[in-house]
Every structure is written in structure tokens, then in C-alpha cells.
Design a protein around this ligand. Sequence first.
Ligand SMILES: [Zn+2]
Ligand SMILES: [Zn+2]
Length: 179
Amino acid sequence: MPIEPLLPLFHRLNREHFEGRLAALADPPLQLRWSDGRMTRTAGLYRRGPQLCEIVLSRPLLGPLPAEATLSTLCHEMIHAWIDRVQGSREVHGPQFRTCMARINAGQAQFQVSLRHRYPLPAALAGWLAHCPSCGQTQAYRRRRQGLACRRCCERHNQGRWDARYALNFSRSEQASVG
Ligand SMILES: [Zn+2]
Ligand SMILES: [Zn+2]
């Protein structure tokens, strides 16, 4: 799936939910970009230093997902920028953040902003695949984990208790480049 240009999305959200204020910031201005292929711990981040203020969105995590994941993540980071640069407040996910998030979520139906971005790790970045010998399901993991059993099978066949019959087999996944 092609990566969406971020600037039109930014300007639209800025106009609709942030009184146009986020495009007017100076010293430093708020910048916006897609990450390179290595940003996999978070879907998005907002940061400000003396010279640089920016929102970065994770290309490997958001690229494969539907467009509303990008909108929701971008809007989440724009709330951080709003609180930091416009409200001049030091909070992270505090009451101002929650109030702003609730207002935006109630005001439109295209996407929902949440406190945490929980998106699956694409298999190509995970490094390991865990295969259940019973149900055949495969899940992506960043690290190999000892003694893990298939949760679905343990719940379905064993009252949720661990059983060696459902122990996952780990194998190396192909390390595809996401450039
Ligand atoms: Zn946040
Ligand atoms: Zn299973």
C-alpha cells in the first residue's frame, strides 16, 4: 500500500480540530514526516527541542494498515503538539489531553483517537514466527520466548491452562526489507 502524503492530512486536522494554530507555530515550526523503516516501537511520536519540533509517524507500522490508523495516530500526536505549544502545558496523557481527545472523537466518525497506539508488528519485522502445532495458527514475535503455548488452544481445549501439546514452535522469519 502506498504511503499517504502527510501534509494534506495535517492541514485538514489542523483546520477542523486545532483552530489552524499548529501550522502557524514558529521558533521552531512544527514539522512532520514519515519515519524510516526502523521505527517499530511506536506508531507515532511528538518531540520538541530548542531547534526542532516534529511529529514522526512509523512507516513500517502504519504503512500496511488502513488510512484511519494514520489519521488517528497523526491526530494523537497533534494533540501533544497542541498541549505543548499552544496550551503551554507539560502534561502527557493528562486531563487536557483526554478532554481534547474526547472532543475530537465526539465530533467526527472517521477515526477514533486512543491513548495508546496498539498495532500489530508486521511479520516481516518480527524476526520470529511462532507456530501452534494444534490449530496451525502463526503469530509474529520480535523475540523468541521460552515455554509459550498457544493461548487459543489452551483456552479452547484445556480450561486456559498451559499444556505442552500446545507449545509454540519458533522459527526465524524472513527479514524482508521495508525500506
Ligand atoms: Zn501520546
Ligand atoms: Zn493453537
